[in-house]
Design a protein around this ligand. Structure first.
Ligand code: SF4
Length: 352
């Protein structure tokens, strides 16, 4: 274990000042960071423990109807907040499909956004990894890469972003509030994560010392609640990251789609929002042929980065299925297996 400083600031201002020292990292629940430190994958010189800052632990309904979620709200607390789950069912479904119950009880909203890739070579310090050690190479390119990206990847890095939560956040126009020494700013969740290009070590547009303080969902996207789903395919039914996932939201009048939201997970270094597919759906009948055309558009630029060509037809099928489920209507209660293709639209287990 490397030596590091540990500080526990009493306020947000103190925390940001403490994290301005080079090599600092914020510590919330540490469900990803502490594993990375134990594995010697990251070596922060200073941990700034923000886990007890009360102002970051609130779910607020703002005067304009937006919902503001503090960065320290636990994943489980948000998913089980009855008002939140009613207004943003696909977000709740994504949260409950991620990790395990124990991890969801600990993991925070801000930490979920900033979790690192699950590329095995990133975690193996004996492997070459441009993300961990810039310029060292990428052992995934010729290695076990069946889970890697099919969109937005580069020769430098083919890793994916592992979050479920971020996928519907991208689809439903979430904003991220960021605080740093220069003050507060906000960015669209869709813009927070960066594609690898030639600098895969730079994963988000956060500057050193900046902290995510909240995520905001706009009031307007509540209107998708009657037709909103998240669907996730994983290698085992529980406690696994998405091979491919999709968040879908529709507004439908007399069988015609009047507005659409769509985002994919497990396919790129960021949640992938195919806006051209959303545009194509508007004015179309809510039926399988429209969903298939949208899926073709969404994946027009997809190409394998290794042994993962299967992900492209899988993503196509997941898009079609997620749109179909959304059109059928959001279940009154969370499915028995949230976000799983093995639960029925009404929440029952198939063949149960
Ligand atoms: Fe590292 Fe990215 Fe290559 Fe994985 S895919 S080894 S994270 S550079």
């Amino acid at each position: 274990m490397n030596r590091f400083d540990y500080v526990k600031p009493a306020s947000l201002t103190e925390a940001i000042a403490a994290a301005s020292a080079p090599g600092s990292a914020y510590l919330a629940s540490g469900t990803n960071l502490l594993d990375l430190m134990k594995g010697d994958v990251v070596r922060p010189a200073r941990l700034v423990d923000i886990s007890r800052l009360p102002e970051l632990n609130r779910i607020e309904r703002l005067a304009n109807g937006d919902v503001r979620i503090g960065a320290l709200v636990r994943n489980a607390d948000l998913a089980y907040d009855p008002d939140f789950a009613k207004d943003f069912p696909a977000v709740a479904e994504a949260l409950l499909s991620g990790a395990s119950a124990q991890l969801r009880n600990a993991a925070t909203v801000g930490g979920n956004l900033l979790q690192r890739t699950r590329c095995a070579y990133f975690y193996d310090t004996a492997s070459a990894c441009n993300k961990r050690t810039p310029g060292s190479g990428c052992d995934a390119r010729e290695g076990e890469n069946s889970q890697h990206a099919v969109l937005g990847w580069s020769d430098s890095c083919i890793a994916t972003h592992p979050s479920d939560f971020c996928v519907p956040l991208a689809a439903f126009d979430a904003m991220v509030e960021i605080e740093g020494k220069g003050g507060r700013r906000e960015v669209a969740l869709e813009a927070l994560h960066l594609l690898p290009g030639t600098t895969p070590e730079k994963e988000t547009l956060l500057e050193p010392g900046e902290m995510i303080v909240a995520v905001r969902l706009p009031a307007a996207v509540r209107s998708f609640a009657p037709h909103a789903r998240y669907l996730k395919v994983r290698e085992r039914t529980s406690y696994a990251f998405a091979v491919v996932s999709a968040a879908a939201g529709l507004k439908i009048e007399s069988g015609i789609i009047t507005e659409a939201r769509l985002a994919l997970g497990g396919v790129a270094a960021k949640p992938w929002r195919p806006r051209a597919a959303e545009t194509l759906l508007v004015g179309q009948a809510a039926d399988a042929s429209s969903y298939q055309r949208a899926a073709d558009v969404a994946l027009a630029d997809a190409r394998p980065s290794g042994d993962n060509a299967y992900k492209i037809p899988l993503a196509r099928n997941i898009i079609v299925r997620a749109l179909h489920l959304a059109a059928l209507g959001t279940p009154d209660r969370m499915p028995a297996l949230p976000a799983s293709p093995f639960s029925s639209p009404t929440g029952a287990l198939h063949d149960a």
